[in-house]
Design a protein around this ligand. Structure first.
Ligand code: HEC
Length: 166
């Protein structure tokens, strides 16, 4: 039965397509770090984007925190020209900002995003970009368009905006 199924040319095409789609999906979601892990890294900075007038309000509104692993620590402390070593991972996590009696506190998790320095990401100057919504769904279709284009504003800082809060 299985042999017959595979001999059918349309079925073969469908199967090949399914495998390819599955493979692309696997590639697209290949990288994720657990909160328990990145929250044990180095905290770089935090920020609250609470008003429409901020250019990042849509989609990056809320409270966010940035963390870097030990590999990238020295570079992120350098403001201006810098180059992150292979193996650097930077995490940014966004939460809703909830008004609480004169304070903004963290609400539900909105986005988790990662930048990974690896030479294999040739088209995006050695950075891999990954992002997920609060339910863990992949948000990146095209690293170059969805992420790297905007990060190219800070090419001179090796595409990383964040600077260590002193
Ligand atoms: C419209 C511009 C824009 C787009 C698009 C964008 N980013 Fe960013 N990203 C920023 C800015 C600005 C910061 C710095 C935030 C801060 O100062 O706290 C940042 C910060 C980050 C950081 C922390 C390291 C750093 O550069 O400061 C990561 C990780 C990150 N973004 C990943 C992504 C991923 C993954 C995508 C694609 C889904 C993406 N970004 C799309 C503007 C953008």
């Amino acid at each position: 039965m299985k042999g017959l199924f595979l001999k059918h040319p349309v079925m073969r095409k469908l199967l090949a397509f399914g495998l390819m789609a599955g493979f692309t999906l696997a590639l697209a979601e290949a990288f994720k770090v657990a909160p328990e892990k990145y929250r044990g890294w180095n905290h770089v900075k935090s920020m609250v984007i609470f008003d429409q007038k901020h250019p990042l309000f849509n989609p990056f509104n809320g409270v966010h925190h940035v963390y870097v692993n030990n590999k990238g620590l020295e570079a992120i402390k350098r403001d201006g020209e810098r180059e992150f070593p292979n193996g650097t991972v930077i995490a940014i996590v966004f939460y809703e900002h909830v008004h609480d009696n004169g304070a903004y506190v963290e609400g539900a998790k909105r986005i988790e995003a990662f930048m990974v320095k690896d030479r294999k990401y040739k088209e995006t100057n050695g950075w891999g970009y990954f992002a997920y919504d609060g339910n863990g769904n992949n948000l990146v279709k095209d690293m170059a368009k969805d992420c790297h284009a905007c990060h190219s504003q800070v090419k001179n800082k090796d595409f990383v905006f964040s600077v260590w809060t002193k």
